[in-house]
Design a protein around this ligand. Sequence first.
Ligand SMILES: Cc1cc2nc3c(=O)[nH]c(=O)nc-3n(C[C@H](O)[C@H](O)[C@H](O)COP(=O)(O)O)c2cc1C
Ligand code: SF4
Length: 448
Amino acid sequence: MGLKILTEHINVPGINTFETYRKMGGYRSVEKALKTMTPDEVVDEVKKSGLRGRGGAGFPTGMKWSFLAKPEGKPRYLVCNADESEPGTFKDRVLMEKIPHALIEGMITSSYALGARTSYIYIRGELMFVLRILEKAIAEAYAAGFLGENILGSGYSLDLHVHPGGGAYICGEETALLESLEGKRGNPRNKPPFPAVQGLYACPTVVNNVESIATVPWIVNNTGEEYAKIGVGRSTGTKLISAGGHLNKPGVYEIELGLPVEEFLFSDEYCGGIWKGRQFKAVVAGGSSVPILPAQLFLKTAEGTPRLMTYESLSEGGFVSGTMLGSGGFIAMDDTTCIVRNTWNFSRFYHHESCGQCSPCREGTGWMEKILHRIEHGHGHMHDIDLLVNVSKQIEGNTICPLGDAAAWPVASAVRHFREEFEWHVKHPDKATAPGAVYRGAEDLAFA
Ligand SMILES: Cc1cc2nc3c(=O)[nH]c(=O)nc-3n(C[C@H](O)[C@H](O)[C@H](O)COP(=O)(O)O)c2cc1C
Ligand code: SF4
């Protein structure tokens, strides 16, 4: 059994209540930080831990915290990004639903470190039932003196609010999230200025993912040095992976970073292998926005070294033969999956979710969707395949926010690794899918 930091107590009956969470050792980090540490000391521990943001980009959390502009009479804010709209990613939701106090404890300890007096949890609007769970847990924390005025007599005060989001994928992008939190349409802002300088209400702000924040109490309790001992190289600690698709045991797993991908996929402790004894065809390892990899390149790099569940190992080979750990949204595909149909499905999603501010993304996502529709429905031409790659290249790196890249990478990588499948579709306009693939009808039309 791998070490569990976030999920150790997740199945304890009543762990969603303050009383049980506290009995299991909860809120110790708040006591330790507020009574025995300065805010800078907490920031230092997080820096030493090597913790990297769990929202997708993997930017070091401690470094991000140290960029926060010094107070000049302005308040500072901590905003938790609980939007979690990346297709294939559902880890934050499980954490908040099952053990809400883990996030609240992390919010208090992190807010203290950052000098924030008001903090927000921005949660996807559709998750209203999780918002209610969080609200109840926050009320319990206020009643126990862990939130509000003069927490535990330390002189530090904090107010924590939960805010429902608009239910758009783009509201997970940190600057769009801040716009939305300010009551405006969730359009991404140009950067710089970065939120650390001008974030919420133009004040210095840190935006962090749920999992990142929920990890802070363990670091404070056990030291950053101990956290840095877990994992491999610059991929320290544990990571929640939401595993879905054609697996025997889909679910949310906490793994120690550095676990071999083969063990994660095939061992009984984790995913238990591909369902119905079918062949493993492809994987999207870190949410729908990362490049798709064929099975053989996922298990081993192009050089033949076994891949590990780390930021570095999964990206080995760059985008030619590698991918990204991203948000940890792991989607496994068996040999009945039609890659063209799957790519079209992703493309429809990104076209629908583009905010429309930049023309490469607004127009390009639509063009990619149309071309993929053509190929999938037997009206494609051979030159459409290169056209797809061309459009994806025009989007990549030419937009205000990374949604454009997120739309381009799945398409470019699908053509790179599965070109013959696209050609097969063009050559056989009368056939619904490539050989071996199965047309799944309504199931595939979820975004229609
Ligand atoms: C289109 C888009 C959607 C995103 N959605 C989320 C999300 O739902 N949750 C999240 O934590 N980060 C999301 N991100 C990343 C955030 O912009 C930001 O990097 C992250 O919240 C920072 O937290 P971290 O440093 O703890 O990872 C998204 C980014 C983009 C471009
Ligand atoms: S890349 Fe797309 S989603 Fe991002 S700002 Fe531009 S149009 Fe909007």
